[in-house]
Design a protein around this ligand. Sequence first.
Ligand SMILES: [Zn+2]
Length: 245
Amino acid sequence: MNTERYARQLVLPQIGKAGQQKLSEARVLIVGLGGLGCPAALYLAAAGVGTLGLVDNDMVQFSNLHRQILYGEADVGEAKVRVAAPRLHAINPAVKLETFGEKFSVENAIEIGKSFDVVLDCTDNFSARYAINAFCVEYQKPEVFASLYRFEGFLTVFDARLAAGCYRCLYPESSEAIQNCAEAGVIGVLPGIMGSLQALETVKILTGGGEILDRHCLVYDGLTQTLRKIARSRNPSCRVCGDGV
Ligand SMILES: [Zn+2]
């Protein structure tokens, strides 16, 4: 291990050598390499997570560049996973990168996700979120979730091992009323904040430090600079993690 590289986190009592070793042995899957996935991947690579799985089937577009900070103008038209992997490797060559240039779905969830310890949901649509959630509940993987709406961010950790509720408990049905970034708009720095918070929760899950956001939601309002932490619980009638399942 390059101790100079990690010196500033090795001195933290919550990380130390043991925590750094855990990070280096960890396998983290990032689904979606957009506004959330870019900062999450950058910080997790820099922190020394052993293996990062990157899932995305999109190409870089000009309209991505104000918030998707792994990409530059020369990358427009290129596959995101193909641009992201060498960037992350350049930041930390010790990190192994496994790329999946496909959409995460119920069909490929097990094949892609089974060998990973933690899954980050950095997507922006209900079908991917439901597929990630169903997989993480079934295989008991902690899921670090964030979503965005204009100037507002939402963060939580679903951990099926705690029976503290899942994404379906919060959103039993997909809603036409909930718009994605393309429809509703988003300020570029917001996914930077929320994706970084996803990386932080992931580091805490892997190293065991601090309190995990696994029974609460964090709602961040960038317009008023306010943070609210709201308790969250399991819905007994949830079709994924409820009593009848
Ligand atoms: Zn549920």
